[in-house]
Ligand binder design. Structure first.
Ligand SMILES: [Zn+2]
Length: 245
């Protein structure tokens, strides 16, 4: 079987920023001994409970957001892995994460996953369908998942047959970091309404695909995206309240 050759590994879109390419990242992992199964198992095992204590301190004060772009994006590091092999690799990490989360109320935890925020082709991103059960196996009250860019927007249909854990919310990205084009509030509302039909409006929060920051070029663009996200949520909320009357 030919190995996958992700386009993203072949070049860096921003070579002048000395951003590591996937190839370099993989070499770094290999150097760190994460390339073998036993080393991966050692690396994934929580070394002590200090991080869990820190997490408890945070959740006592509010909400703990776990950013785990590597859950989908680790796929790029191992182009020779099959989907079942990658699922075993990812499941071990979910197991370690869940170990660290023991005793922390899920409603105080939000899990963010995306396919990496780097601008690139993303043609070889692993489909959400192949890992969604692993994502939802993390005991979180809210799942923030990239859903607004052209490579992943179609995956909203997945929620026709995937159920959120009891009491959990979905926070799909409805504006994104992949482009500086500012999403129209009507588009934001349309995206939210189709999710609302599938997971229930009471379980839905409008989110961003990932951190926006300087990925969209200028702080004013970030604020404009967030303004239109808010306006789109208001439009969707009005439409939903009209329907419920
Ligand atoms: Zn992200």
């Amino acid at each position: 079987m030919p190995s996958r050759q992700p386009l993203g590994r072949q070049y860096s879109i921003h070579p002048t920023k000395s951003r590591p390419t996937y190839r370099h990242a993989r070499q770094a992992w290999s150097t760190a001994g994460i390339g073998t199964d036993s080393a991966r198992r050692r690396a994934a095992r929580p070394k002590d409970l200090s991080s869990r204590d820190a997490a408890s301190t945070i959740t006592d004060a509010g909400l703990l957001q776990l950013d785990d772009p590597d859950l989908p994006d680790g796929w790029q590091m191992f182009p020779d892995m099959t989907v079942p092999e990658y699922r075993r690799y990812a499941a071990l990490r979910v197991e370690a994460l869940n170990h660290a989360l023991r005793g922390i109320p899920p409603e105080r935890v939000r899990l963010h996953v995306c396919w990496g925020s780097g601008h690139g082709p993303h043609r070889d991103d692993i489909p959400l369908r192949d890992i969604v059960d692993l994502v939802l196996a993390v005991p979180a009250g809210c799942y923030s998942i990239e859903a607004a860019n052209p490579r992943h927007e179609h995956e909203w249909t997945l929620w026709q047959d995937v159920r959120l854990p009891e009491g959990a919310s979905l926070m799909p990205g409805v504006v994104g970091h992949a482009t500086d084009v500012i999403e129209h509030p009507e588009l934001v509302a349309q995206r939210l309404l189709r999710f609302a039909k599938l997971v229930g409006a009471e379980n839905l929060i409008a989110g961003t695909d990932c951190g926006l920051g300087n990925r969209v070029g200028h702080p004013e663009i970030v604020w404009a995206k967030l303004e239109d996200l808010s306006e789109g949520a208001r439009i969707a909320s009005r439409a939903l309240s009209r329907h419920s009357r």
